[in-house]
Design a protein around this ligand. Structure first.
Ligand code: URA
Length: 227
């Protein structure tokens, strides 16, 4: 409904996720994990999918990887309640296997609606599947910590905290990357003030119009001469 608050929209999405049977992941779940946290902080962390503890509790990042995520947040003065945390798939893939393409596709509308309701300024991707969703074809070793400014937002890819638990060098990179968020937020604010996103949008619209004109049967100049 158009007049619902973001909180109400997220509650509705949460209820739909808990009742969802759109893919096979619902069959073995204990609890679905829609996501949780602050709506207005403007920062959203998107992981891959619930693991064992998340499936038990119905909450994202509550196991060891979640503890590391909380330590990373604390390093920049944030608590988990101050950001929104969710996943690409909302139900645990059995045995923590990788989510399959049809499962990711079945869950995608929930993530899209969460993004629309929360309208985050910064989206941090955690891990491979979240990276692939926002940075198709990118390699985490090449792009981690580097923001992509698009749609009025900064998308920032991070390694998955679980990788940080296994590999000390990755843990260090996670702490270095999260320290970049305040500067990235500042850059984003400057880009908004400079009208960067409006200009990008205008360029995209212009390119679409000239593509359309080029594809039309009549040359564009003839069409314009009608006016
Ligand atoms: N790993 C994820 O990607 N998400 C969680 O919620 C927990 C672990």
């Amino acid at each position: 409904m158009a007049d619902q608050s973001p909180e109400q929209v997220l509650d509705t999405i949460g209820a739909e996720v808990r009742a969802c049977t759109a893919c096979r992941l619902h069959e073995k779940r204990t609890k679905a994990v829609p996501g949780e946290g602050a709506i207005k902080s403007g920062i959203m962390f998107i992981g891959e999918g619930p693991g064992f503890h998340e499936d038990q509790q119905g909450r994202p990042f509550v196991g060891q990887a979640g503890k590391l995520l909380e330590e990373m947040l604390a390093a920049v003065g944030l608590r988990r309640e101050q950001v929104f945390i969710t996943n690409v798939v909302k139900c645990r893939p059995p045995g923590n296997r990788d989510p399959q393409p049809d499962e990711i596709a079945a869950c995608n509308a929930f993530l899209e609606r969460q993004l629309t309701a929360i309208a985050p300024r910064i989206v941090v991707t955690l891990g491979r599947y979240s990276l692939a969703r926002f940075f198709p074809g990118a390699k985490i070793s090449a792009v981690h910590g580097e923001p992509k400014f698009a749609d009025g937002r900064a998308y920032v890819p991070f390694y998955h905290p679980a990788a940080g638990l296994r590999t000390p060098a990755i843990k260090q990179m996670l702490f270095e990357d999260i320290q970049k968020l305040p500067e990235i937020a500042k850059q984003l604010k400057e880009l908004h003030e400079q009208g960067y996103f409006e200009q990008k949008q205008a360029e995209t619209a212009e390119a679409a119009v000239s593509d359309e004109a080029a594809a039309a049967d009549e040359p564009a100049s003839d069409q314009l001469s009608l006016f």
